[in-house]
Design a protein around this ligand. Structure first.
Ligand code: AP5
Length: 218
């Protein structure tokens, strides 16, 4: 099963992808997570990507596409994957199509997590992420059991540097500029399913699992 999760910053792509990956026993591939690992590891890619990420801009397509191509060439992706954060524009969607043609694989479905702007701002300004395992929490919506410590691994929680209100605004502008043509692209291939992601995480998850089950039974 190969699933793409699309949606604005804060739609819950990472939250849903992590749970789905466990449920369906598939790798979760998040371009944002891989880039952040490169930044904290001080790699060449991380050094090149950092200034774009800090501003809330997209990292250049050639860098991200090369990085993704490498990741989906790894053995654990043979059984499928859940892709979160890629593609971000038509260029990337076409690059992904080239990769899948070369590897002779298909995308089963694309979920668009439709989210309203006030919800996005509330979610991102309150998000906490585990430094050790990357699990997501939220100060109000999904608070950790112990203040600033991860429920799953006990790691320290932190606020992402791009979750400041000013940077969130830039990320949203970048997103809005690209999203319409991306939606059209996947609507044309009849792979796109819109889901309201303003609802509680468990409700959103059930809708995606329902799509995956229907697809698996075909
Ligand atoms: P990336 O990490 O992909 O960030 P993003 O797309 O902005 O998405 P977020 O991670 O902010 O949100 P999310 O939808 O995953 O929400 P989450 O589940 O965490 O990218 C970061 C940067 O890397 C980009 O700006 C860019 O510079 C670069 N980059 C990455 N990919 C790139 C690419 N392909 N090309 C070029 N550049 C790229 O949830 C948010 C919060 O809400 C959490 O606190 C969570 O607990 C809470 N929450 C989630 N769902 C719910 C719910 N249903 N109800 C209540 N609370 C919820």
């Amino acid at each position: 099963m190969r699933i793409i999760l699309l949606g604005p910053p804060g739609a819950g792509k990472g939250t849903q992808a992590k749970t789905l990956a466990e449920r369906l026993n598939l790798p979760h591939i998040s371009t944002g997570d891989i880039l952040r690992q490169n930044v904290s590891g001080g790699t060449d890619l991380g050094k090149q990507a950092k200034s774009y990420m800090d501003k809330g801009a997209l990292v250049p397509d050639n860098l991200v596409t090369r990085m993704l191509e490498k990741r989906i060439g790894e053995p654990d992706t043979k059984k499928g994957f859940i892709l979160d954060g890629y593609p971000r524009n038509i260029n990337q969607a076409k690059a992904l199509d080239n990769m899948r043609t070369q590897k002779n694989i298909d995308i089963d479905f694309v979920v668009y997590l439709d989210t309203s702007e006030p919800v996005i701002i509330q979610r991102l300004t309150g998000r906490l992420v585990c430094k050790t395992c990357g699990a997501n929490f939220h100060i109000k919506n999904m608070p950790p059991k112990i203040d600033m410590l991860c429920d799953k691994c006990g790691g320290n929680l932190y606020q992402r540097t791009d979750d400041k209100e000013e940077t969130i605004k830039t990320r949203l502008e970048v997103y809005k500029k690209e999203v319409f043509s991306l939606i059209q692209y996947y609507e044309a291939s009849r792979k796109l399913h819109r889901i309201s992601a303003d609802e509680e995480a468990g409700i959103v998850l059930n809708k995606i699992v329902h799509l995956a089950t229907a697809k698996a039974q075909k």
